[in-house]
Design a protein around this ligand. Structure first.
Ligand SMILES: Nc1ncnc2c1ncn2[C@@H]1O[C@H](COP(=O)(O)OP(=O)(O)OP(=O)(O)O)[C@@H](O)[C@H]1O
Length: 230
């Protein structure tokens, strides 16, 4: 029996010109659940994540967050929703190279109108927790790949999001560094009860999830093995 979904896609269809990316995708993640979204290259994983996060609006179907429909809301509303309730970690960190590490981490709070001193203090707390306290004043462009992904994780979690969307968060890292980042990501999510939608094509990353789904040709399929035990 599944719990109440915090984020959900119902029969979502989206094409890029002639290319169908999603062809009736249905997906749900419960509160606090970590779900791995697997599948071959080009199958629609990133497009599904972007629809769930309100970045893309599907041409048919519905997206729901916390019990309310969001795909039919304005871009402005969806943008506020993302800022307030969602966190993001992408494959290459996508940090702002001109900003310091702590400024990068504080960015979601600063964009949300927080005071600079408070936002930077909060950022330093996250950096300490992720083993990066010595790096707070460095430019993010000077970091190693593993350090950059930990900074991206801190930035993704700083507003204590209800849902963290992670798209190949270890895709640019060697396996040992990737495992370290995943350990930290899962620990942070568990501690805050954050739901994680984790796009990956690496089975060794997917094992961190409670449950896996497979996207194939724009459709989502459940995987028989369910480690959540529910
Ligand atoms: N912005 C875009 N413009 C045109 N086509 C796109 C765009 N984004 C995705 N597509 C196409 O939509 C389909 C699904 O892409 P998507 O990136 O969602 O797949 P994916 O499973 O995440 O792939 P990968 O594992 O390679 O990242 C692909 O055929 C892709 O080429």
């Amino acid at each position: 029996m599944r719990g109440q979904a915090i984020v959900e896609a119902r029969d979502v269809v989206l094409s890029f010109g002639e290319t169908p990316a999603l062809r009736g995708a249905t997906f749900a993640a419960d509160r606090g659940e970590i779900v791995a979204v697997m599948g071959p290259s080009g199958s629609g994983k990133t497009t599904l994540l972007h629809c769930l996060a309100g970045i893309l609006a599907p041409t048919a179907g519905e997206i729901h967050f916390a019990g309310g429909r969001i795909d039919n809301r304005s871009e402005h509303d969806r943008s506020s929703l993302r800022r307030e309730h969602f966190g993001f970690v992408f494959q290459f960190g996508q940090l702002v190279p001109e900003l310091t590490v702590e400024e990068n981490v504080a960015l979601p709070l600063l964009l949300g109108g927080a005071r600079r001193a408070a936002a930077l203090a909060e950022a330093r707390g996250w950096l300490e927790r992720l083993g990066l306290s010595g790096a707070h004043a460095r430019r993010s462009g000077e970091l190693s790949g593993g350090q950059a992904q930990r900074v991206a994780l801190a930035r993704g979690m700083i507003n204590r999001p209800q849902v963290l969307f992670a798209d190949e968060p270890t895709g640019s890292l060697d396996s040992l560094t990737g495992e370290h980042v995943m350990d930290l990501l899962v620990a942070a999510a568990r501690e805050h009860g954050t739901t994680v939608v984790l796009v990956t094509h690496e089975p060794r990353v997917a094992v961190y999830a409670d449950r896996e789904v497979i996207v194939r040709d724009g459709l989502v399929h459940a995987l028989a093995a369910d480690r959540s035990g529910s």
